[in-house]
Design a protein around this ligand. Structure first.
Ligand code: PYC
Length: 314
């Protein structure tokens, strides 16, 4: 029977499941190829870690390994495949490394598929601040027609993943409205695909971020993730995309704090420093370890590879 040790945490309500390092060796190759190898050769295990009955489709998984350019190599994944960068996940990884006895009260570097990022966890406050990949707004106020007849507009921005940031959705971003928010976000994503609206170089926009201003320098969001679960946290890469849009609009200056609140009420504090046309996001949040487990995969169990999720949009 195969056994895998994992540490679970949540960041602002959104779970991260870290495979305890050293259990799964991947062939030495550049990170993009190595991540593809993990995604294809270990697809069953990836699915089991992020699907019922072992977990659920809201889990973001993390594999850590050796890197030649950073302290760790870090591959993020979920129930339907790989995730480029993951802000809440990086905060969860830092909390997990601290739990495992690593010194993370220093700048720790991680090689991700989208570039090298870094993070530091303050030992006194347990607050982790990440420095994300360079982020930017690609297109402003792009109109999208929905099958329902409604039209919405949104900015297309990159924050380690591609986002469509929509403010004119006409829904209240309230927990009670999650079914309607889900329906609209899925509809927007489907429409982006059918109308061929993409990120730069044809990149798929696989995150939809509905936004709402709460107060000066304070916004709320609802983020639909690639596996069609919504982010319980304020979404680190989505917050980075938002910072890029705000910076382009001249609504947030370098070093000023933006409070990004999630649909569950959890918050990140975010700032940026300019880098030419791009912004370098700094995002602070807290994670908590929820479990240290050994998962048993008994091949006589018909669900030992999880209950598969639909790979495509419904
Ligand atoms: O925090 O960047 C994030 C994220 C991406 C998908 C889920 N969370």
């Amino acid at each position: 029977m195969e056994r895998i040790r994992v540490i679970d945490s949540h960041t602002g309500g959104e779970p991260t499941r870290v495979i305890v390092p050293g259990q799964i060796d991947l062939p030495e190759m550049p990170i993009v190829e190595q991540a593809d190898y993990w995604n294809t050769h270990h697809a069953n295990l990836r699915g089991a870690l992020c699907n019922e009955p072992y977990g659920s489709d809201i889990i973001v998984g993390a594999w850590l390994g050796p890197s030649e350019v950073a302290d760790y190599r870090l591959i993020f994944f979920n129930n339907v495949g790989l995730i480029g960068m993951c802000g809440h996940g990086l905060i969860g990884v830092m909390e997990t490394l601290s739990f495992l006895g690593e010194d993370v009260n220093r700048s720790v570097t991680f090689e991700t598929r989208k570039g090298v990022v870094s993070a530091k966890r303050d030992a006194e406050t347990a607050l982790t601040t990440i420095q994300n990949v360079a982020s930017y707004r690609y297109r402003k106020e792009v109109p999208v027609r929905l099958a329902t007849g409604q039209s919405v507009t949104g900015d297309i921005a990159y924050g380690g993943n591609w986002f469509f940031l929509c403010e004119d959705h006409r829904l209240e971003l309230a927990y009670a409205n999650i079914p309607q928010l889900m329906q609209l976000s899925v509809e927007i994503r489907r429409s982006l695909e059918s109308q061929g609206i993409t990120g730069e170089n044809g990149a798929q926009i696989d995150h939809i971020e509905l936004t709402q201003t709460v107060a000066d320098h304070h916004g709320r969001n609802f983020v639909l993730c690639p596996g069609l679960a919504y982010d319980r946290s304020p979404c680190g890469t989505g917050t980075s995309a938002k910072l890029a849009s705000l910076a382009e609009e001249g609504k947030l200056s370098p070093g000023e704090t933006w409070v990004q609140e999630s649909i569950t009420g959890s918050q990140f504090e975010a700032r940026y420093q300019p880098d030419g046309e791009l912004v370098i996001p700094h995002i602070s949040g807290r994670a908590f370890v929820t479990a240290e487990s050994e998962l048993y995969f008994n091949n006589r169990d018909p669900f030992h590879r999880g209950i598969p999720q639909a790979e495509n949009l419904p």
